[in-house]
Design a protein around this ligand. Structure first.
Ligand code: NAD
Ligand code: ZN
Length: 375
């Protein structure tokens, strides 16, 4: 069957680094053909994790061999704990052992963890090799595979070691999501909802009406939301690739969310999108606390997230026992937006009206957190 219903979004960057994101069904079958023009020789190394490999590696290998592209595969342990220096070192040594040269292209098949980790490996291997990305989780399709942020975590905090390194091509295969767990599907939804809350009230209404259908597996709804999200992110990244200004908006919910993730030591107690869901509610509540909005959006947002099956407050079981307000503040000060101890938050005047607020007083943050029952 030919490739049909595939949509293209271009991320516009300078110095010939612009690239396309293709969104559609069954894209993995066509991966060999679509990636081939980016290869200088008929060779690639696939980097994936054990869960994704079980379901999709054979299809990708077949797609390469159909095009007479030789490929090797590196299968890493799944989960956030792989985003660390020790795994990065293993990956780099394996890539070198497979003879990856400066002009080769690495194929990254996985969710945000494998994308961030292997993208960072590509950024530093032989001072930078190219890569293409086949994001396999909804979170990776709508967020992490767009925009070139790569990296790993440190015991000091999340994503503290990394590089900007853009892919040559992204293939977001909607059908690949069929094997994703419900929990990760819901978690990825939080990032989709984030785009609506940032600057798209129409998309917000669409999600209120169609979000549950999307979660339940409706392919048309899925594709629409992935395309909308990639367009939203591509636009912002095209304007501010290195996050000197408006790209920070994409962190809505993340200052609180990352602190909660750090408290859970990046474990399965709280996965990223769940932290973002709670974090977005906290960001709207903090905005109301500071007097930027009247709080009327908070209940509908919470209700929708709850309908989707996402946590909406810090009573969430995975967070217990809760950190103290002082510990939360400590985690939040590790945020990359903190400069000379001055905290920056993404706040909202209303749904679709988010903004960057600099120099937020730490005492106000503490007062807010104490009011939220962080002791
Ligand atoms: N670089 C960025 O701009 C950016 C943006 C947002 C998030 N992130 C990062 O992304 C990470 C989270 O990504 P994630 O939620 O995709 O996590 P993940 O990569 O751990 O994937 C979630 C789980 O689903 C499994 N999985 C993935 N695709 C599957 C599929 N199609 N079928 C079956 N199982 C599948 C994985 O093995 C894993 O167990 C975090 O580390 C976060 O910091 C990065
Ligand atoms: Zn995120």
């Amino acid at each position: 069957m030919p490739l049909t219903n595939c949509e293209k979004i271009t991320v516009n960057l300078d110095n010939d680094r612009s690239y396309d994101i293709l969104v559609g069904g069954r894209l993995i079958e066509f991966a060999g053909k679509l990636i081939k023009p980016h290869l200088k020789r008929a060779f690639t190394v696939i980097v994936t994790d054990e869960n994704v490999a079980k379901h999709h590696l054979a299809d990708l290998q077949a797609a390469f061999s159909n095009q007479e592209i030789e490929c090797e595969a590196i299968i890493l342990p799944a989960g956030e704990t792989s985003k660390k220096m020790a795994t990065l070192e293993i990956l780099l040594e394996k890539l070198l052992a497979f003879g990856v040269e400066r002009n080769d292209v690495i194929t990254i098949l996985g969710g945000g963890v494998i994308g961030d980790l292997a993208g960072f490996a590509a950024a530093i291997l032989r001072r930078g090799v190219d890569f293409v990305q086949i994001p396999t989780s909804i979170l990776a399709q709508v967020d992490s595979s767009v925009g070139g942020k790569t990296g790993i975590n440190s015991p000091h905090g999340k994503n503290l070691l990394g590089a900007f390194h853009q892919p040559k091509l992204v293939l977001a295969d909607i059908d690949i999501l069929d094997t994703l767990s419900d929990r990760h599907m819901r978690a990825g939804y939080a990032e989709i909802f984030k785009y609506a809350l940032i600057n798209d009230p129409e998309f917000y209404l669409w999600l209120l009406a169609n979000g549950q259908k999307l979660i339940a597996g409706d392919k048309a709804a899925r594709q629409y939301a992935v395309v909308k999200s990639c367009q939203a992110k591509a636009l912002i990244v095209g304007l501010d690739e290195k996050e000197l200004g408006i790209r920070a908006l994409l962190n809505l919910g993340h200052t609180f969310g990352h602190a909660l993730e750090a408290h859970c030591q990046y474990s399965e107690r709280l996965i990223h999108g769940e932290g973002v869901a709670i974090g977005m509610v906290l960001a709207f509540e903090f905005s109301a606390f500071l007097g930027f909005n009247n709080g009327s959006d908070i209940e509908p947002i919470k209700q929708h997230l709850a309908d989707i099956g996402l946590p909406t407050n810090i009573q969430f079981e995975g967070l217990q026992p809760l950190p103290s307000a002082a510990q939360m503040l400590e985690f939040m000060l590790q945020d990359k937006k903190t400069q000379q101890g001055e905290m920056t938050f993404i706040l909202a005047k209303a749904v679709g009206k988010s903004f960057v607020e600099k120099n937020v007083d730490q005492q106000l943050v503490l007062n807010f957190l104490k009011g939220k029952n962080f002791k």
